[in-house]
Design a protein around this ligand. Structure first.
Ligand code: ZN
Length: 230
């Protein structure tokens, strides 16, 4: 891998110009593309793992330029959480969107892990689940999402804990609150990947690589859950 350097605690590996294009091609096909950037320092090129860096956040106040009520361009930041139209007085607040994530185990104590079939973080690992719909409880969202993504029905559902997340979609950073549940299903043999899930399989807890999870909240949730089982 050539020479390496450490800057502000981040590990950089000098991959050299000759290997750059080949490496980029490999990155495109690899789940870690979600975390990796190629950057230059001095006259050398580096492949940098940015998992621990904060992504640039596209706040709604920078994306929403016009009042959704009257169309005025005087739609300005009112506070950290809101924008206000100076023409008609309409105020828009942005709050965390609720989402659910589900732990399902088989009789061997292995965890069901899904591969994301769509962006963001396509190809990375995930837990089954998704956003809570309007007028829906978190428990109802669990039942619906598990049916949509895995084709099975929930027989029991228990709330565990929550983690905040930031979901990048359509150029906007959406704050979410991910609610974690432990569930059992009526017929585990009927589980089949569908909808947003490209594939799913059971993995023993001691074989789970949490770096494979594309969302920080899901990674944190899995780490917390595995720690509680030790
Ligand atoms: Zn307005």
């Amino acid at each position: 891998m050539g020479t390496t350097a450490n800057i502000d605690g981040l590990h950089f590996a000098n991959i050299g110009k000759a290997r750059l294009l080949k490496t980029i091609d490999h990155i495109k096909q690899f789940y870690l593309a979600f975390y990796s950037v190629v950057c230059s320092i001095g006259n050398k090129l580096y492949l940098c793992n940015i998992r621990f860096l904060k992504f640039k956040i596209m706040h709604f106040s920078k994306l929403f330029n016009y009042c959704p009520s009257c169309g005025s361009s005087s739609f300005a930041t009112n506070s950290e959480k809101s924008c206000r139209c100076q023409s008609c007085g309409f105020v828009y607040y942005i709050n965390a969107s609720a989402a659910v994530a589900v732990f399902i185990f088989n009789e061997k104590g292995q965890l069901l892990v899904c591969e994301r079939g769509k962006e963001p973080a396509k190809g990375s690992w995930d837990l089954p689940g998704g956003f809570v719909d309007e007028d829906e409880s978190a428990e109802q969202a669990v039942i619906r999402e598990i049916n949509e993504e895995l084709g099975v029905d929930i027989s029991a559902c228990r709330y565990l804990f929550s983690f905040p997340n930031r979901y990048e979609y359509s150029g906007l950073t959406i704050p979410t609150l991910d609610l974690f549940f432990a569930c059992t299903v009526y017929d585990i043999t009927q589980i089949k990947a569908d909808d947003d899930v490209a594939a799913c399989h059971f993995v023993s807890l001691n074989e789970i690589n949490t770096d494979m999870f594309g969302f920080e909240s899901i990674r944190n949730g899995v780490i917390k859950f595995i720690s509680s089982q030790m």
